[in-house]
Design a protein around this ligand. Structure first.
Ligand SMILES: [Zn+2]
Ligand SMILES: [Zn+2]
Length: 248
């Protein structure tokens, strides 16, 4: 499978990146994981925006789902005619949330999306085996494990340290993990990981490679976060960039 980073800025778009959105492809199937603010722009740069086969929204914070509202126009009003509904796997309430953000009168969006409520477990999407579990964030949020052809990609979504994150990432070839906070700062509990905590999770889960994401460029030093992660994880570590592609 191939991972393409569309957006990786944490919490709000950065000067060089949209918010969280990741395209995962295998056997011609295109799975979009998260659809944060600004990422529809990047989707057009790095892919065909009409050809999305399924979407996972890990949680309903704006920086992970707001362009699912913008994308309604793309599918409903395509010049060649409406495009078929896309399956959306998301926490319960996603339909209402997207509808409310899209229109003042909460018009239905079921011509564009077919919604499936996420709950912890394993299920297929296209050629992928997907496992999701609740992670440690103030609203219902799912980390994701994607398996295909013997390879494993794990994605933390937004989370503070927790056991489900380690299970999802266990032995993963690529661990795409958030690192929003600086180590040693007075960070609020139950929200996000520091670089050091991302590195610790990578070590405990025995992953092959750690990809740091969801940094907030306006608020944190990237070098400090990377240094803390490297100190806690002996394997390869890098910060992802929009347009970066990883084959596994
Ligand atoms: Zn976020
Ligand atoms: Zn969040």
């Amino acid at each position: 499978m191939r991972l393409t980073v569309l957006g990786c800025a944490g919490s709000f778009p950065g000067p060089e990146s949209a918010c969280s959105a990741y395209l995962v492809e295998a056997e011609g199937f295109r799975l979009l994981i998260d659809f944060g603010s600004g990422s529809l722009s990047a989707l057009q740069r790095y892919s065909d925006m009409n050809k999305i086969d399924a979407i996972i929204l890990t949680h309903l914070h704006c920086d992970h789902m707001l362009d699912a509202c913008t994308y309604i126009v793309v599918r409903r009003y395509d010049p060649s005619g409406s495009l078929p509904p896309v399956p959306v796997y998301a926490p319960l309430g996603a339909a209402e949330r997207i509808s409310a953000a899209y229109s003042q009168d909460n018009e239905p969006v079921d011509d564009v999306y077919t919604f499936y409520g996420l709950q912890p477990g394993t299920f297929p999407i296209g050629p992928f085996s997907i496992t999701v579990d609740r992670v440690n964030h103030p609203i219902e949020t799912y980390g994701v494990r994607i398996e295909h052809g013997g390879s494993v990609l794990a994605y933390s979504s937004d989370t503070a340290p927790c056991e489900p994150l380690l299970r999802l990432a266990a032995g993963a070839d690529l661990f795409l993990c958030e690192a929003s906070y600086l180590d040693g700062a007075d960070n609020p509990p139950g929200l996000h990981l520091t670089g050091g905590e991302a590195g610790e999770a990578a070590t405990k889960a025995d992953v092959g490679r750690l990809l740091l994401t969801h940094l907030v460029p306006a608020w944190v030093s990237e070098a400090s976060i990377v240094d803390a992660a490297v100190a806690a994880f002996a394997g390869p570590v890098e910060v992802v960039r929009p347009g970066a592609r990883y084959d596994l």
